[in-house]
Structure formats: structure tokens, C-alpha cells
Write a protein that binds this ligand. Structure first.
Ligand code: ADP
Ligand code: MG
Length: 444
């Protein structure tokens, strides 16, 4: 189970005695957990409180590294006496974290401007974020940051939040998903006043992963009003997305145009030197030692997703602690090889269709149809080509997926793509980019 895997990872990172005394006693509750809530039970309040305050942040971080989502960690006391009369007034019968605190105000204290490594790929976004943090609501409002997975968008959002929390400003951080969940919750309970009070009374609203607004009409409407209210009052809004606002499908025009009122900045994949600098920084901040040649090797071998690179560092460190020895090149090579292998095993044809259809602006259903329209035929061929190199599917199984007569149609499609790649450098680069997008998505 995921929760147990996380505790195993934690085991490698903390003193054994701590593990034995506290962590070993935890029980992960899969049913009560969701992607944004990790639920554990502890045998008594002491353990619950200790784990929560001392390791809550670390556990949340490990989940994030593993799944891409940072959950709220809840540690409840098991077999709590439910009866109110007993629970009341008795300190120990209370759960230490019965209710997760409002997640929207929770910031990761380690995501700061100081811990963010600046290179040419992210300089513009960094500078804009810093400017906004220093003078919220004054210059770039809203600030819209977009870019691929694991490139530091959420980190910058938290950095703006942390910077302003220290200065006593009201900061709300929320993912679009949480915003939407809270919205529906309050709507259902007829408590929209509370929802509006909350979101319209902050100085800075940080909205993560706004691409999920796509086709959510009611949420868009609510956000539109929230936006107007805050913007009109000179409050700062910062958003992130994996796409430029123009490319978010199913977004109301009036919202889109508002997103473009301020400044739009992108984060590009890091160059090799920046990747190396980030690895070194992460090691330094976590007190991990990795030799330079191993750092260079990781940077060169791994893709651009920094979250994934962090995962490697954590694994290497866990190993070193466990074996009580330095991290060797041989082990680094093994860990990376396994991770890359695991990744390719998990890619499906559907993942590929999803990415290709989005990038080439055709519908997934069109790719899977028998349409002979040029654009669609090309998209279909690209999917076939990528599926052959990124998944273990054979030509006959691909033919079956696309409802083709037999594998000769698949091999024809492959031949066509090879031909174009041979004479068209831009096309070849596009295919490489697509391939990269697909492999980085599948580890999320
Ligand atoms: P995104 O939101 O763009 O998917 P995140 O902000 O979650 O990416 O970043 C993923 C991980 O990579 C985080 O742990 C973050 O601290 C780290 N990271 C990304 N870019 C940088 C950077 N330039 N300097 C330091 N850490 C970075
Ligand atoms: Mg993010």
C-alpha cells in the first residue's frame, strides 16, 4: 500500500530509534485516504502528536515526491471513544488532528525564493514572482506562470506565499481542484457566504494548476467573481497552469482575457547546468552528500522533471543510510535504470493518444476513428510510431487498438513517420518533444 511504502521511505531517513518508537506503530487507512489526504492511525495521542508535529511535513513531502500531490497528513488516535461525554474534557480522547486544517493556507516552508535555483530557463518566472511577492497587487496582476510538470511552478507559488506570510499578509494557497471541491461543498450546504468571505478577504490568492478549470462552468463563474472582487480591491492573484491560457480548452472568454491582463511568464525545461545546480542545492539543504560525477550523471540521464530527480536523490540517500556507506556510481546507475524502466512499463496507448491529441489539436476520438482527414491521419500515425517505441505493444496489438485490418497498416504508418523524420528536422524535433512529454506525464 502506498502509505506503507511511504513509511518505509521515511524509515530510511530518520534515526532507527525514532522509527521503532513512533512510526512503526502507525497504521495507514487506505479507505479514509485520498490523493490530497493521507490518513494514519496512531495507538495513542502521544504518538499521534509526535508524528504529526515532527514528521507530518516530511511524510507529506514523500507522498508528493511519489505521487505528485502533496496531501494533508492526518494522524488520528485509533479506537477513540466515540461517546461525547467521555470525549469531552478528556485531553487524551481527542484526536490530535481530527479535522485537517484548511488546506488552502498550508504552505511548504521549504519552498522559498532562497531554495529556488535560478537559470535561464526559469529566470523570467522567478523575477516576476519575486517582484509580485515584494509588491503584491501593484504591478503584475494577475501573474500567470505556466510550464511543464515538475519545473517549479508550485515551488514559486509557495515562495510568494511564504514571503508574504512572514510579512503578516493574508495568503490563500489552493489548487484549483481544492477550490472546486470547497465550492461544491459550500454550495451543497448552503454556506456560500462562508466560501465567499474566505476567498474574497485575502491579500494574495495563489491558485495552483488552473488548467483543471477546463469545462468546469460553474467553478469558472465563481472564480470570475472572486477574481473581479480581489482584482478590484487591488489584491494580488497568482496562477499556475501547464498551458498558456490561450491553450486551455473550454475556458470562458471573459476569464481568459482576465488571465491575460497582467503578466504571463513561462518556465522552460532546465538546461544541464541548472539541473546540476538544483541537485546540488537539494543535497545541501537535506544534508546529503553525492559525489560530483554522480550528480552530473543523474542530471544527464534523467529528464527535466525535477520532482522525479528529487525522487532519485531520496532513494540514493535512503540506501546510503541503510547501508551506512557512501553513495556509489554503480548504485546510482541501478536506481536510475530501474526508474526509467518502471516508467516505460507504465505508459499506455491511451496516454499517448491523450498527449498527441492535445498537442496537435485533434480529438482522441478522431485519432481512434477511421477518418482520412490529413491532420487526423498524421496524428494517428504519430501515435502509432510513439506507441511502438514507448510501449511494449506489438504491431498486431496496435492494429487491433485502431481497428485496422492487420499489422501492415501499422507498419505503413511507421514507415511514413520515419520518412518525414528523415527529411524534416522540425518534425523530428516535434516527435522527440512529444515523446518527452509522454514519458514525463506517466510518472506523475
Ligand atoms: P510543478 O508545480 O511545476 O509541477 P514543482 O514546483 O512541484 O513543479 O517542483 C517539483 C520539485 O522540483 C519541487 O520539489 C521543487 O522544489 C523542485 N524544483 C523545481 N524547480 C526548482 C528550482 N529551480 N530550484 C529548486 N528546486 C526546484
Ligand atoms: Mg505543481
Amino acid at each position: 500500500m502506498l502509505g506503507d511504502q511511504i513509511l518505509q521511505l521515511l524509515k530510511q531517513e530518520i534515526p532507527q530509534i525514532e522509527y521503532e518508537r513512533y512510526i512503526r506503530q502507525l497504521r495507514y487507512d487506505e479507505e479514509a485516504s485520498r490523493s490530497d489526504i493521507a490518513h494514519f492511525y496512531a495507538p495513542n495521542p502521544l504518538v499521534a502528536r509526535w508524528v504529526k508535529t515532527r514528521y507530518g511535513e516530511k511524510i507529506a513531502h514523500l507522498f508528493e515526491v511519489k505521487t505528485g500531490v502533496k496531501p494533508q497528513v492526518v494522524v488520528e488516535v485509533q479506537n477513540r471513544v466515540k461517546s461525547a461525554s467521555v470525549a469531552k474534557g478528556s485531553e487524551y480522547s481527542e484526536s490530535t488532528a481530527a479535522k485537517p486544517a484548511s488546506k488552502s493556507t498550508i504552505l511548504n516552508p521549504s519552498y522559498t525564493f532562497e531554495s529556488f535555483v535560478v537559470g535561464s530557463s526559469n529566470q523570467f518566472a522567478y523575477t516576476a514572482a519575486l517582484r509580485v511577492a515584494e509588491k503584491p497587487g501593484e504591478q503584475y496582476n494577475p501573474l500567470f506562470i505556466y510550464g511543464g510538470a515538475g519545473l517549479g511552478k508550485t515551488h514559486l507559488l509557495h515562495a510568494i506565499g511564504n514571503f508574504n506570510l512572514q510579512r503578516g499578509r493574508q495568503v490563500i494557497f489552493t489548487s484549483l481542484e481544492q477550490f472546486m471541491n470547497q465550492f461544491t461543498h459550500h454550495l451543497r450546504n448552503h454556506t456560500m457566504d462562508r466560501f465567499r468571505d474566505k476567498f474574497r478577504s485575502c491579500d494574495i490568492l495563489l491558485l495552483d494548476d488552473i488548467q483543471f478549470l477546463s469545462r468546469k462552468e460553474e467553478t469558472q463563474k465563481e472564480l470570475f467573481h472572486t477574481f473581479n472582487e480581489l482584482h478590484g480591491a487591488g489584491k494580488q492573484i497568482v496562477m499556475t497552469s501547464d498551458q498558456h491560457p490561450k491553450k486551455i480548452a473550454g475556458l470562458e472568454e471573459r476569464l481568459r482575457s482576465r488571465f491575460e491582463w497582467g503578466l504571463i511568464v513561462d518556465i522552460q525545461p532546465p538546461e544541464l547546468e541548472t539541473k546540476i545546480a538544483i541537485i546540488k542545492k537539494k543535497c545541501e539543504l537535506n544534508g546529503i552528500h553525492i559525489d560530483n560525477d554522480i550528480v552530473n550523471y543523474i542530471a544527464a540521464k534523467m529528464g527535466n522533471n525535477i520532482r522525479e530527480i528529487e525522487g532519485i536523490i531520496i532513494q540514493l540517500n535512503a540506501y546510503a543510510n541503510m547501508m551506512n556507506q557512501a553513495i556509489t556510481m554503480e548504485f546510482a546507475k541501478n536506481v536510475i535504470k530501474n526508474q526509467l524502466k518502471e516508467r516505460s512499463e507504465n505508459i499506455t496507448i491511451d496516454d499517448i493518444v491523450k498527449v498527441v491529441s492535445k498537442e496537435l489539436n485533434v480529438k482522441p476520438s478522431e485519432i481512434k476513428s477511421k477518418s482520412r482527414a490529413r491532420k487526423i491521419v498524421e496524428a494517428r500515425r504519430i501515435v502509432i510510431f510513439l506507441a511502438r517505441s514507448l510501449t511494449p505493444n506489438s504491431m498486431p496489438s496496435l492494429a487491433q487498438y485502431f481497428g485496422m485490418k492487420d499489422h501492415t497498416a501499422v507498419s505503413h504508418a511507421m514507415k511514413k513517420i520515419h520518412e518525414i523524420m528523415d527529411k524534416d528536422e522540425t518534425f523530428k524535433a516535434k516527435i522527440e518533444e512529444l515523446s518527452h512529454k509522454i514519458t514525463s506525464i506517466s510518472v506523475e
